[in-house]
Ligand binder design. Structure first.
Ligand code: SF4
Length: 465
């Protein structure tokens, strides 16, 4: 009998509902890894769980509402519920609505949440439990095996006017570089083919620990984004493939220029997720955004000259208090120039506790809606044109899903598969839909695909012969 199918008498089971961003997902994975080491099993449904953990998101009021709904559902379905995560800071609001909640703990309070689980469903004791081999060395993963989030720091030293993350998660606290690299190495050894580097501010990695250098593979590496990117670029999967390494939440500080040559060298996936949020200098000042400087367009041009396949993803807020039509038009003109590949837009929403709530000149809802529609139209047009330019090219694709065989209109049986190119991060970007995939294809495979068609978000093609 293998370790994964071993059942233990009375083994306690924990259910998990994980809401929010990839950072919260990593927290959920850590909590579950720790609980499994303590002898708990995971329950895939409410009914089989001795206790249900709800990892909440408290970023926007709408996310809080979603978190409260999830808590309500877990209580209705199971009844034994522990709440953790960003909304844990608002224990009173949670308890007022759901007095039966067993415990409420905040983000990263791993010890407290594990303790609460121990109290609610005491673990089965004994050598049997303690000696269970761990089937996956790299811990519990909630993402598919072929991609993994790699969290390099927690918290943030900025104070953007619309954001309460620093209040929720504290000041920047970077992990040691050797610990991050060791985790990455384990993940890759366990089957990860794509590492997604995340934090609140990836460019600031190591600032709080003075870029503390550590020995790694016989060389000194600093806790710094460029050293990290270079070292991650040297990893190899057991089959000798180079995993993709994607940088998320990068602010355009000057040293970002130094990672672009690594993309040109093929060490780093040519992809940057930079949450610009706006372009108008006046709005950026009001937002108190970090690395807010005028030369960004020039730098984007220089980056693309070095790494022509560079994909830039970003997000923007429209309708921030005080945003005039002129500011908004500036943003649209800037986007026409910047030609960003992937853009997410949000209508400004006040978040309880954020400084922006006190700013004058709120933008009326109808104007926000109208601006949102306009920015979406512009960014979709740009995205469609940038994707159309890829038709005819052969691109590396990582497979996420392989479908069932299906007959087409002529009775030919074909298997479709869905994957992503280097320009697509999981969950947030587009996909590459492959026609006529061989039955041997499996999630995590890396193939070359000829791109035949495109639309505003996705590419379509077939595996290169
Ligand atoms: S950089 Fe700004 S938006 Fe991002 S977490 Fe820090 S304060 Fe929030």
């Amino acid at each position: 009998m293998s370790a994964t199918t071993l059942t233990i008498p009375d083994q306690k089971k924990v259910g998990m509902v994980s809401l929010g961003c990839p950072k919260a997902l990593v927290d959920s994975e850590r909590i579950l890894t720790r609980l499994r080491a303590d002898g708990y099993a995971m329950s895939p449904d409410y009914a089989g769980a001795d206790v249900v953990l709800v990892n909440t998101c408290g970023f926007l009021d709408s996310a809080k509402e979603e978190s409260l709904e999830a808590i309500g559902e877990a209580i209705a379905e199971n009844g034994r519920v522990i709440v953790t995560g960003c909304m844990g800071e608002e224990a009173e609001a949670i308890r007022a609505r759901f007095p039966q909640v067993l415990a409420v703990t905040g983000a990263q309070q791993y010890e407290a949440v594990v303790e609460a689980v121990h109290e609610a469903a005491p673990p089965t004791q004994g050598p049997f439990v303690d000696l269970i081999p761990q089937p996956d060395e790299a811990g519990v993963k909630l993402t598919p095996r072929h991609y993994s989030y790699l969290k390099i720091s927690e918290g943030c030293n900025h104070s953007c006017a619309f954001c309460i993350i620093p209040q929720l998660r504290g000041k920047l606290a970077s992990r040691r570089i050797d610990a991050v690299l060791r985790e990455a190495e384990k993940l890759v050894a366990a089957g990860t083919k794509e590492l997604l580097v995340i934090s609140q501010d990836t460019s600031a990695y190591g600032v709080d620990i003075r870029h503390d250098p550590r020995m790694w593979k016989g060389r000194e590496v600093r806790a710094h984004m460029t050293d990290l990117a270079r070292e991650l670029g040297q990893l190899k999967t057991p089959a000798g493939e180079q995993p993709w390494v994607r940088l998320h939440y990068v602010y355009p500080y000057p040293h970002v220029d130094a990672v672009i040559p690594l993309m040109a060298e093929g060490l780093l996936t040519p992809y940057l997720d930079i949450p610009f949020q706006h372009a108008s200098p006046r709005v950026l000042r009001a937002m108190k955004r970090p690395a807010n400087e005028a030369r960004v367009l020039e730098r984007i041009r220089a980056w693309r000259a070095i790494a022509p396949d560079l994909t830039i993803r970003s997000s923007f807020v429209v309708g921030f208090p005080g945003e005039t039509e002129e500011d908004f038009q500036y943003l649209l003109d800037w986007l026409e120039e910047a030609q960003l590949d992937r853009v997410g837009a949000f209508r400004f929403e006040p978040v309880a506790g954020a400084q922006a709530n006190a700013l004058p000149d709120p933008v009326p809802e109808a104007v926000k809606e109208e601006r949102y529609a306009r920015i979406m139209a512009v960014t979709e047009r740009i995205s469609a044109a940038r994707l159309a330019a890829k038709v005819g090219r052969t691109l590396p694709v990582i497979i996420d899903e392989v479908g069932e065989p299906e007959a087409d209109d002529w009775g030919n049986i074909a298997i479709g598969a869905t994957g992503r190119s280097q320009a697509d991060a999981p969950e947030i970007d587009g996909q590459v839909l492959l026609r006529d995939a061989p039955a041997t294809l499996a999630p995590g495979d890396m193939v070359n695909a000829v791109i035949e068609d495109s639309d505003a978000h996705d590419l379509y093609g077939r595996i290169a012969g």
